[in-house]
Design a binder for this molecule. Structure first.
Ligand code: BGC
Length: 362
């Protein structure tokens, strides 16, 4: 029997709702998915960062189906809007789902919705981002370590080329608690070793905003005075690099990233981006899926968890915290390719053939 997956788009119209329900054979448990099994909602934050829809969603669905073939999965993407996600939480609680996997658009603003879910007996698993409020469990990577890896790689790449190195910092969205952890880890390594010429927070992690901010930084600091760019993820790296190129900065300063997106791996092979951070999404989704199924079945999460984290105001909850991996051109093969995130064929477009050979990607 196959679990039924429903898609509730952010701005779901009556028509798409009907289609989604019909596709699931909803109503009186008519479909092969049963309709009697537990229902699990996946609430994703945006369509800006590739990982949520391209990696996390299918991996979570697969794991949930593997563990629970009668489970029904509901999915919604907030498209970067807090109000959408609040509505989606409300709607899932009203529908009476048995558990919610939440990647919060804004950890603080979603706190009341998490409390509402708890009051209604719906456990919320904070996925990747630590949502506020009475969550039942948490699955993520060590975010401070992500920042340290980025900071160390940036120092290594800058070497001693500039006597008084100056960098620009492109940090993530302050509404995402991970952004603060990445920044904290990076600063713990960079402080005292570089000058931070400009630092920006990037609302909704938008690539276009990073492009705009990098253009402003270049105008303020001058084209020759940026020796490195700390970009908190690959989307911000893409925006920064496009602005550096638009200003004809050559050679490009080293730029960091995170997520091992396909575009980033290609930029790394081409020499435009220095590094990314690979966070094995498979193990994260396995832990998240297992917690969601256990929570939906009203079983304890202790069996899935490997530790605990402190939540704001509600004590400690079972957690799984995974280890991130730094990736540069010469380690792509032994990390992301080996782990099956992207294949050599996907990364190595014809334009990159020579560069790929140099990086041992054949
Ligand atoms: C995730 C990153 C992602 C960023 C933007 C963070 O919470 O940990 O992997 O790049 O959000 O979506």
């Amino acid at each position: 029997m196959k679990a039924c997956i429903r898609d509730t788009a952010a701005a779901m119209t009556a028509v798409t709702a009907v289609v989604a329900l019909a596709a699931c054979g909803a109503g009186a448990g008519a479909d092969a998915g049963g309709g009697d099994g537990p229902r699990i909602a996946l609430l994703l934050p945006d369509a800006t960062t590739a990982r949520w829809e391209a990696q996390d969603r299918p991996l979570l669905e697969k794991k949930i189906q593997e563990l629970c073939d009668t489970c029904e999965i509901e999915h919604a993407n907030a498209r970067g809007e807090v109000a959408n996600q609040q509505e989606q939480m409300d709607s899932m609680i009203t529908k009476g789902v048995d558990a919610i996997v939440l990647v919060a658009v804004d950890a603080r603003s979603l706190g009341p919705a998490v409390s509402k879910a708890r009051a209604a007996g719906v456990p919320v698993i904070a996925y990747d981002r630590l949502a506020e409020g009475p969550i039942a469990g948490y699955v993520s990577f060590d975010g401070v370590e992500v920042g340290r890896l980025q900071g160390r790689a940036l120092l290594r790449a800058m070497g001693d080329k500039a006597p008084d190195p100056q960098i620009v910092m492109m940090n993530g969205d302050p509404a995402d608690p991970n952004a603060a952890s990445f920044k904290e880890g990076a600063l713990s390594v960079l402080r005292g070793k570089v000058r931070i010429g400009k630092a920006y927070d990037t609302l909704q992690w938008r690539t276009e905003t990073a492009h705009m901010n990098m253009s402003a930084a270049i105008a303020a600091l001058g084209v020759k005075a940026i020796h490195g760019v700390y970009a908190a993820n690959d989307g911000l790296a893409a925006g920064s690099i496009s602005a550096l190129k638009a200003n004809k900065i050559d050679p490009l300063p080293p730029v960091t990233g995170q997520d091992a997106e396909l575009g980033a791996l290609r930029r790394i092979v081409a020499g435009d981006q220095y590094m990314t951070v690979f966070k094995p999404f498979g193990p994260e989704a396995e832990a998240g899926g297992a917690m969601a199924v256990a929570a939906a079945r009203k079983e304890g999460l202790g069996r899935v968890a490997t530790g605990e984290v402190a939540t704001r105001g509600d004590g400690r909850v079972p957690a799984v915290l995974l280890t991130p991996v730094s990736v540069t051109a010469d380690t792509i093969k032994d990390t992301v390719v080996k782990e099956g995130l992207h294949s050599v064929d996907q990364i190595c477009t014809p334009r990159l053939r020579a560069a790929c050979e140099k990086a041992g990607l054949t």
